[in-house]
Ligand binder design. Sequence first.
Ligand SMILES: Nc1ncnc2c1ncn2[C@@H]1O[C@H](COP(=O)(O)OP(=O)(O)O)[C@@H](O)[C@H]1O
Ligand SMILES: [Mg+2]
Length: 324
Amino acid sequence: MDLAIETAGLVKVFGETRAVDGVDLAVPAGTVYGVLGPNGAGKTTAVRMLATLTRPDGGTARVFGHDVVREAAEVRRRVSLTGQYASLDEDLTGQENLNLLARLLGHRKRTARQRTERLLEAFGLTDAAGRQVKGYSGGMRRRLDIAASIIRTPDVLFLDEPTTGLDPRSRNQVWDIVRVIVAQGTTVLLTTQYLEEADRLASRIAVIDHGKVIAEGTPGELKSSVGAGSVHIRLREAAQRPDAERVLAATLGATVQTGSDPLAVTARISGEGTEIGAAEQASHALAELARAGITVDDFSLGQPSLDEVFLALTDKPAAEEVAA
Ligand SMILES: Nc1ncnc2c1ncn2[C@@H]1O[C@H](COP(=O)(O)OP(=O)(O)O)[C@@H](O)[C@H]1O
Ligand SMILES: [Mg+2]
C-alpha cells in the first residue's frame, strides 16, 4: 500500500503545551483521511508540520516519502493547504483572485483564464465570479478558498476544518467538492470536529485528544467501539414517558436518557454484536412503541456526537480548550 503521509512519534511543543505529543499516522494515497478532535487537540499544529510551515520538535514526518524537514521543498511542491498558501484578497472579485493565483503559479494568461472559469463553475461560483470577495457568504468564501488551493492539482490537500461554522447546505457543497478532488487522485487530509463529516468522507479516521491519537480505524470500526448513534423521540403525552423508556430499554438494550423536557427521550443504540444497522434497530423500536400504544410525535436518528465519541473512548467529554 502506498502511503501519502507517514509520521512516527511526531512532536511539537509550545512552552508547557505539548500541542502534538507523539503522533503516528499512516495515510494511504488516494484516500480521504480524517483527523477528528476538539478545539485545541493539536490538529492545526500537526497539519502545519506536514505542510512544512512549522518544524517538528521530535519524530519524523514524510509526504510521499519526502521528509518534511530535510526535503521541505520536495514536500512543498506536492502539498496544498487551504487558507494558508491561498490567501484571498477581499477587494478583488472571485474571478480576479483565482486568476491572479493561477498567474502567480506560472500559468499563461489563456490557461489561467480557463482554469479559473472551470473552477468557478465546478464550485458553483460562476454567478458570483464578478463580485468582490468581501460580499461573499461564509460558504462561498470557503469554496473559493478550496478552489484557490487546487489551482495547481496537489498530490496532498490539507483541509483544516473546512466546514466549521458553515450551514448544512454549504457543508454539503464542500463535501461534494472533497469527493470530486479525491476522485481525481489527490489525497486529502481533513481535520474536523464532526464525526458525521469524517464518517461521510474519510476511509480512515484518527481521533486525537491533547496531541495524542486515542483511536484509529475505519469509520465502521470507530462506530462499533463508540455506539452507532442515538434515537431521539418526542412523545405526545408526558405521562407515557416511563412506558416509553421501558420499551426502548427492552428493544434496544440501550441506555435511555431523559432530560428536563418531559416529552423527550433519547436512547443510545449500541453498535456492538449486531449486523443490524442503526436505522433498522430504530424502526424496530418505533414499531414496539406503537404496539405498546405510545404516541410518538417526532423522531430522529443521530450519529454519535464528538462528545459521545470521547465519552466512549476516554470516559470524559471532549475537553475544549479555550483559545489563547
Ligand atoms: N503558536 C502557538 N503558540 C502557543 N501555543 C500554541 C500555538 N499554536 C497552538 N498552540 C496550542 O497548542 C494546542 C493545539 O492547538 P491546535 O493545533 O491549534 O489545535 P486544534 O487545531 O486541534 O484546535 C493548543 O493548546 C493551543 O493553544
Ligand atoms: Mg485548528
